[in-house]
Design a protein around this ligand. Structure first.
Ligand code: ADP
Ligand code: MG
Length: 377
């Protein structure tokens, strides 16, 4: 079914990804309804209609379903059942199955394993006994990660000994976890891919990602890797969406080992932080692509118009009050994006900026210089 501009679209979740989806949809002439439990959510503030409710509230879902032609989500922790319910009355993408796989690290790793995708060695920890049973020692040093609801490095603890592992398990309140071997990384990269209802696909350029404390800090696009490795990553991302029979936008995050082996770290059934550069640097942004896949429109070109570097603005930058935005704005090819979040907490994603330059190293040093000045302001 093709849904033309003018029809109301819906999004579950009102964070910054939802906000940038709303902006892309509105630009194309689609009004949007946002559902989010937070009355001041970044997307809710700019939506055409806002439903303030929990994601499993039956009346709210009913209302959303009745007023929208098609519904998407901006984060993976939506109850898959809510998507299943909505799918009875309107187009829903991504589907409940894909979201249920991506929202649970165990289901995700099982899906990847069954389909032959390489992941880091891991063990599932359901109870304290599992540490002994599964010979956890071989996975040390490792990272203990809660199986659900972790994000931006939250719900994960690095451990180097059996004693630390038990302490970490206590600290995570005995939640079901995966223990992953800590991998020596050459780099981290990601690929955003869009797939339409007829199986057509468009893959974005590969992003090279630098994390600090488990949170994305800098993305460099295109990644400074060999063309062979870049096509291999794009090929794998394409296979992942095919295997999921996925409709929508999805990101595959990879670890690159020192011998250029690619391991899948995780998949996100939505646009991704490492794809934000596409708003300013590609013919079609990842959010416009989300609108297109949702509405059954032809996919747009993902061609990159300029090399780009994106830097996240975390709440930390606000530690001395509002930053001096002139530092970003005075650069003629830096693009500032702020998400309209009222409270700037440490580690909270408040915005980002993207610097464009035909030379990627020039873009990177300009972006890092801006970031450094912001940190000192
Ligand atoms: P989140 O869901 O919070 O993004 P990730 O599992 O992607 O969690 O981990 C966040 C970051 O922590 C990764 O991007 C990587 O930098 C680091 N990390 C996670 N797991 C490993 C690992 N097994 N080996 C090395 N680094 C890791
Ligand atoms: Mg991650």
């Amino acid at each position: 079914m093709v849904i033309m501009p003018g029809a109301m679209l819906g999004v579950l979740g009102g964070g910054q990804l939802g906000r940038m989806f709303v902006q892309a949809a509105q630009q194309m002439g689609y009004p949007v309804t946002v559902l989010d439990p937070d009355s001041g959510s970044p997307a809710g503030r700019i939506a055409d209609a806002f439903i303030c409710a929990n994601y499993d509230d039956p009346e709210a879902l009913e209302k959303l379903g009745s007023q929208c032609a098609a519904i998407t989500t901006e984060f993976e922790n939506i109850p898959a059942n809510s998507l299943r319910k909505l799918a009875k009355s309107c187009v829903v993408s991504p589907d409940a199955y894909s979201v249920s796989v991506a929202q649970n690290r165990i289901a995700e790793k099982q899906f990847l394993g069954i389909n032959g995708f390489a992941v880091a060695p891991f063990a599932v920890i359901q109870q304290a006994d599992d540490f002994a049973d599964q010979d956890a020692a071989e996975l040390l040093p490792g990272i203990l990660k809660v199986s659900q609801f972790g994000y931006d490095g939250k719900g994960q603890i690095k451990v180097s000994s059996g004693a630390e592992l038990l302490a970490a398990y206590e600290q995570l309140n005995h939640a079901v976890c995966v223990l992953e071997k800590f991998m020596p990384l050459k780099s981290e990269i990601s690929v955003v891919v869009a797939r339409g209802s007829a199986g057509e696909m468009q893959t974005f350029p590969v992003a090279e990602n630098q994390h600090v404390n488990g949170i994305l800090d800098v993305s460099i696009i295109p990644a400074r890797i060999s063309p062979q490795l870049a096509s291999q990553a794009q090929e794998i991302a394409g296979q992942v969406v095919k295997k999921l029979n996925y409709r929508g936008v999805l990101c595959v995050e990879f670890f690159v080992l020192h011998d250029d082996t690619l391991l899948i770290n995780e998949i996100a059934p939505r646009p991704h932080n490492s794809g934000h550069y596409s708003i300013n640097a590609c013919v079609t942004s990842q959010f416009e692509q989300q609108v297109r896949t949702l509405c059954g429109l032809p996919l747009g070109s993902t061609a990159q118009l300029s090399p780009a570097v994106m830097i996240n603005l975390l709440g930390d930058v606000w530690r001395n009050g509002d930053p001096d935005w002139n530092i970003v704005l005075q650069h003629p090819s830096a693009k500032l994006h702020l998400y309209g979040k009222a409270e700037a907490r440490t580690g909270r994603k408040m915005g980002h900026f993207t610097v464009l330059n035909s030379d990627i190293e020039t873009a990177l040093s300009a972006a890092l210089h801006i970031k450094q000045q912001l940190d000192q302001s």
